[in-house]
Design a protein around this ligand. Structure first.
Ligand SMILES: Cc1cc2nc3c(=O)[nH]c(=O)nc-3n(C[C@H](O)[C@H](O)[C@H](O)COP(=O)(O)OP(=O)(O)OC[C@H]3O[C@@H](n4cnc5c(N)ncnc54)[C@H](O)[C@@H]3O)c2cc1C
Length: 430
C-alpha cells in the first residue's frame, strides 16, 4: 500500500548527511552593528503546526530585521486535517484544504528548509535534519548564509510544533504488519495521496465491493469512517465500512450526549462497529482477538501516533507519554530557550491540559514569548482558549455539535464548522 513515490521522511530510520550549516556570523555581526544592534539572533521553528503558522503570520505583520528565522517542515503546503475529512467525503476540493506555506514563508521573511527534524540536542540547541529519499529544497529570502543542504542547524531559540507521528519500530512492536499494510491518517498530506490512490484503483475495478476497516474510534477515526463512506458513495464505488475499537468505546473523547448521537449515526449509515483488539494487519485484512479475521482491501489506522522518538533523546524534560513538559508560558521546564506547542506538549503538573492545542490562539502567545526571549524580556502567560463547542463531521453536509452536556445536529452544524475551518485557513492567506 505504500508508494515508492511518497517522500518517506524518516520512515526508514535513515537520513543523509549532505552538508553543514554555516551561518555567516561575521557578516551577520557587521550587519547588526550597522543597524546599531548587538547581533542578529536566530529562531528555529520545527514543524508547521497551527501555532507556528500563526507565528509566521505575526512575523509577516511585524517584520524584524534583527531576526534570522528558519522553518523546518517537509511539505511546501500544510493540509488541514479538519478540512481533509471534507475532501475524503467529497464535500471540498483538495485545494480548499491546503495552506500555501511558500507564500506565508516569503511574506514573513523566513527561510524554509524542506526537511524533517530527526534529532535534537537541547543542551546545545542543535537540530539534525533528514531530507528523505527524494531530496529537498531550501527557499526563502535569507538563503545567502546557507551552504548546500545543512545537516545540522543551531539557533538561539527553538520552537517545536511537529505534532505526533507514527514510527515504524514502535508500530511494528504494537501492531505487526500495520506499517506496510495500513494507511495512517497522519501525516494528512500522505494519507490524502494514498487514499486517493485507493479510490482510483477501486473505480477502475467495478463490480467488487471495497471493504474498508478503520482502526481506532476516537473522533478522527469516526469522522474518517463517515467521510470514507460518503466519498465512496459519491464516487460510485460499492463499499462496506467497518470501525474496529477496543476498550474505549466510540468517540470517547466527546461528551456523552455526542457519543450517543455518533453511535446512532454509525448505525444509520450502515457502518459496522466491531469491538475487538486488532492483533495484526496483512494484505488480506485484520487478525482480531477471539481468533477472528476481517477481510479488507483498505485498512486505515486512526490511532497509534505518539511524540517522535527524537524528543525522548533530546535532553528535554518529557512526561510519561514522551511529550515535552512546558510551563504556562509554553517554555520547556528544563531548557528556557526551547518552546513547545500542540500535541507534543504537556503542561507540567496538568497531564490532561492541552497547552496550545488551539493553534491559532496559542500562536499569538507563542509569538510574543519567542520575541520576548530573544530580547531578554519577561514572558507572558498562555491562557488556553475557552472554546467548549466540539463538532463531529458526519459527511453528507451533516455534523453533530456538542456544548458540555448539550448536543444537537444537522446541516446548520456542518455549515458552522465549515465556516470556522475556512476562516482559519483564510487567516493564513497573506
Ligand atoms: C481526521 C482528523 C480530523 C481533525 N479535525 C479537527 C478539527 O475539526 N478541529 C481541530 O481543531 N483539530 C482537528 N484535528 C486535529 C488537528 O488537525 C491537529 O492534528 C492537532 O491540532 C495537532 O496539531 P499539532 O500542532 O500538534 O500538529 P500538526 O497539525 O500535526 O502539525 C505538525 C506539522 O509538523 C510537520 N512535521 C512533522 N514531523 C516533523 C519533523 N520531524 N520535522 C519537521 N516538521 C515536522 C508536519 O508536516 C506538520 O506540518 C483533526 C485531526 C484529524 C486526524
Amino acid at each position: 500500500m505504500r508508494s515508492s513515490k511518497d517522500p518517506d521522511f524518516g520512515a526508514t530510520g535513515q537520513f543523509e548527511l549532505t552538508g553543514v550549516y554555516h551561518s555567516d556570523r561575521k557578516a551577520d555581526a557587521t550587519f547588526a552593528t550597522t543597524l546599531g544592534m548587538e547581533r542578529i539572533k536566530s529562531l528555529l521553528l520545527l514543524g508547521a503546526g497551527e501555532a507556528h503558522l500563526q507565528v509566521l503570520v505575526q512575523l509577516a505583520k511585524h517584520r524584524r530585521s534583527d531576526l534570522d528565522v528558519t522553518l523546518v517542515t517537509p511539505w511546501c503546503f500544510k493540509t488541514s486535517a479538519a478540512m481533509a475529512v471534507g475532501y475524503v467525503a467529497g464535500d471540498h476540493a483538495l485545494s480548499d484544504c491546503q495552506i500555501n506555506l511558500e507564500n506565508l514563508v516569503a511574506n514573513s521573511g523566513v527561510r524554509w528548509i524542506s526537511a524533517r527534524c530527526s534529532g535534537l540536542d537541547a543542551a546545545t540547541s542543535t537540530v539534525m535534519l533528514d531530507y528523505g529519499a527524494h531530496g529537498a529544497t531550501v527557499s526563502g529570502q535569507r538563503t545567502s548564509s546557507l551552504v548546500g543542504r545543512p545537516a545540522v542547524l543551531t539557533a538561539d531559540v527553538l520552537s517545536i510544533d511537529t505534532g505526533t507521528v507514527l514510527e515504524r519500530k514502535r508500530l511494528e512492536a504494537w501492531l505487526p504488519g500495520a506499517f506496510d499494510h495500513a494507511l495512517h491518517y497522519k501525516p494528512t498530506e500522505q494519507f490524502i495521496n494514498r487514499w486517493t490512490q485507493v479510490v482510483n484503483q477501486a473505480k477502475s475495478q467495478p463490480g467488487s465491493a471495497l471493504r474498508v476497516c478503520v482502526v481506532g474510534a476516537g473522533t478522527p477515526g469516526v469522522e474518517l469512517c463517515f467521510a470514507i463512506r460518503h466519498g465512496l458513495k459519491r464516487a460510485g464505488v460499492e463499499h462496506r465500512v467497518h470501525l474496529v475499537t477496543h476498550d474505549n468505546g466510540v468517540a470517547s473523547d466527546q461528551p456523552i450526549s455526542v457519543q450517543k448521537r455518533v453511535v446512532a449515526m454509525l448505525k444509520k449509515q450502515g457502518i459496522t462497529v466491531i469491538e475487538a483488539r486488532c492483533l495484526q494487519v496483512s494484505e488480506q485484512g485484520l487478525r482480531l482477538s477471539g481468533s477472528t479475521t476481517l477481510e479488507a482491501q483498505a485498512v486505515v489506522l486512526a490511532m497509534g501516533d505518539e511524540p517522535p522518538e527524537w524528543l525522548a533523546h533530546s535532553g528535554l524534560a518529557v512526561d510519561s507519554m514522551g511529550r515535552v513538559e512546558v510551563n504556562s508560558q509554553l517554555q520547556s521546564t528544563s531548557h528556557r530557550r526551547v518552546f513547545t506547542t500542540g500535541s507534543v506538549a504537556a503542561l507540567a503538573g496538568q497531564p490532561h491540559a492541552k497547552p496550545g492545542i488551539n493553534g491559532q490562539w496559542a500562536g499569538h502567545d507563542l509569538a510574543l514569548n519567542l520575541m520576548a526571549t530573544l530580547s531578554d524580556q519577561p514572558l507572558n502567560k498562555h491562557t488556553p482558549a475557552n472554546n467548549n463547542v466540539s463538532f463531529v463531521n458526519c459527511g453528507g453536509e451533516h455534523a453533530i455539535a456538542g456544548w458540555g452536556p448539550i448536543s444537537s445536529e444537522g446541516h446548520w452544524a456542518w455549515q458552522l464548522k465549515r465556516r470556522q475551518d475556512k476562516a482559519l485557513l483564510a487567516s493564513y492567506e497573506l
